[in-house]
Design a protein around this ligand. Structure first.
Ligand SMILES: *Cc1c(COP(=O)(O)O)cnc(C)c1O
Length: 476
């Protein structure tokens, strides 16, 4: 049968695009290459434009015209957030191999669900990529993991299993029956996404008990205060939420001390290591996470220090909790999806059902650059943070708000009288388009954060940042 002789019912625009898919993708490739080549010069902020109402036309424009229209309206306004001087939030870039893997994930368009396979191997690639990550972090066997959109969803996933664990301690199945009773949560400086997860999980964002932090400008849990709070719970089960890298000052809880407590008391231990987990990649910094292998669950972001495109994060939960995790995320009442307890399937193991092949960019970048690649990225980021930190320490115009512990610099303008000028200074610095940083409040002071996780950042970049900061304060 020759399809060319048949009457064709495919939509005209789609048929046309199918014929010229090569020129469409070729154009996108060259445009993408041009973007990457000039990424370092691309402004790190854009002036917002007023939004024009969108209208949907009847026949469509076709792919090539749509690309032209997009370029006319938006291309110039796309900021260099994946570039070397975007230091706001904790924003990673994308390695070349990660981009290649991500492109293919889009083109393959797999739906990653079952490991035993209903005819595809995407979930097998996912378990393989999880093994690579565990290897990168030097975490022993005993963890199962999967990919979700970001550390927020990873924290949510881990804490959902923790919630189920708490219920099971008194024979309740919260996943089926709903949450009842008070769930005890202890934490010192949880990330906002942890608090958001508590609210999404029906635990309540107010319902966590704050543990004291250690003395000496620290954000880490005071182990003594923690133990006294544990004793006060009188053997009731609870969830301990700890940090491998707080967002302001990248402080780490003492995982060795917590491991000892774990031997004495009955609790679920979660670590939010969204970016700080990557300390494990370098012999210089891996002591910061010593003892973390005893946790029940760990969150890591891949779109930060792993430098793969958004949206990408992983969770690791101890294999011994597999049943709790399946109870939490199973698709009950769906016989066509199989028995969730019988066959391990991502469908029954995490929040989303249908998912893209998020493992592919991770698999690509880890195979491409190996342990050495990530040791170099991590050590370079820390060196760049220290360079900026040294400048601030020596400068009359700025003060560090905390020592540069790893890859973040948290600072402010010198002098109490300049506190009100911090937001203005930051706005003017970001308006230069040469660098982007984000505001914070630390110990009651208005401050600024610069976070280094991008593989591209060099000493010249830090010098450009220092020059821009100096120009703004010298003019005062
Ligand atoms: C970024 C971050 C999160 C949230 O991650 P998303 O990827 O934005 O969802 C959670 N915890 C920490 C410590 C983070 O740095």
């Amino acid at each position: 049968m020759d399809l060319n002789d048949q009457p064709v019912h495919m939509n005209k625009q789609l048929e046309n695009d199918l014929k010229q898919v090569d020129s469409l993708l070729e154009k996108v490739k060259w445009q993408g290459l041009d973007f990457l080549e000039k990424l370092s010069e691309r402004p790190t902020s854009a002036t917002p434009v007023s939004q024009t109402p969108e209208t949907l036309n009847e026949d469509g424009l076709g792919g090539l015209n749509t690309l032209s229209l997009f370029n006319k309206r938006f291309e110039q306004l796309i900021v260099g957030s994946s570039g070397p001087r975007y230091l706001g939030f904790v924003t990673g870039g994308s390695t070349p191999a990660a981009i290649a893997g991500d492109w293919l994930a889009t083109i393959f368009d797999q739906n990653t669900q079952t490991v035993k396979g209903q005819g595809d191997i995407s979930a097998i690639i996912e378990t393989g990529a999880i093994q690579l990550l565990l290897d990168l972090f030097g975490l022993p066997g005993g963890f199962l993991g999967g990919f979700v959109t970001g550390a927020t969803m990873s924290n949510f996933t881990c804490l959902a299993v923790a919630r189920q664990w708490v219920g099971r301690q008194s024979g309740k199945d919260f996943a089926r029956e709903g949450v009842s009773g008070h769930i005890h949560i202890l934490s010192a400086v949880p990330h906002s996404s942890v608090i958001k997860s508590l609210s999404m999980l029906g635990i309540g964002s107010n319902n966590f008990e704050k543990v004291k932090v250690e003395e000496g400008n620290r954000e880490s849990i005071d182990p003594e205060d923690l133990e006294s709070k544990i004793k006060a719970l009188n053997g009731q089960p609870f969830i301990l939420i700890t940090s491998a890298g707080t967002v302001n000052t990248v402080d780490f809880d003492d995982f060795k001390a917590i491991s000892k407590l774990k031997e004495k008391y009955n609790f679920w231990w979660h670590i939010d290591g969204a970016f700080g987990a990557f300390a494990a990649c370098s012999p210089k910094y891996q002591h910061l996470v010593a003892g973390w292998e005893n946790a029940d669950s760990i969150t890591v972001d891949c779109h930060k220090w792993l430098n793969v495109p958004y949206e990408n994060a992983a969770f690791f939960v101890k294999e011994q909790h597999k049943i709790l995790q399946t109870e939490t995320f199973q698709n009950a009442n769906a016989p066509y999806l199989g028995d969730p307890m019988e066959n391990f399937s991502y469908l029954n193991f995490l929040p989303e059902n249908s998912r893209r092949l998020r493992a592919l960019p991770v698999w690509f970048t880890l195979k491409a650059y190996g342990k050495k690649g990530y040791r170099d990225i991590v050590e370079n980021s820390v060196n760049m943070a220290r360079l900026l930190g040294q400048f601030i320490e020596q400068s009359k115009a700025f003060d560090l708000l905390a020592t540069v512990r790893l890859n973040n610099v948290c600072f402010t303008l010198s002098g109490e009288q300049n506190q009100d000028k911090v937001p203005v200074f930051l706005a003017r610095l970001n308006e230069t388009g040469k660098v982007f940083m984000t505001p914070t409040v630390y110990n009651g002071k208005k401050g600024i954060r610069a976070s280094f996780v991008n593989w591209r950042t060099t000493e010249e970049d830090v010098q450009i940042v220092i020059d821009e900061m100096s120009k703004l304060t010298d003019n005062e």
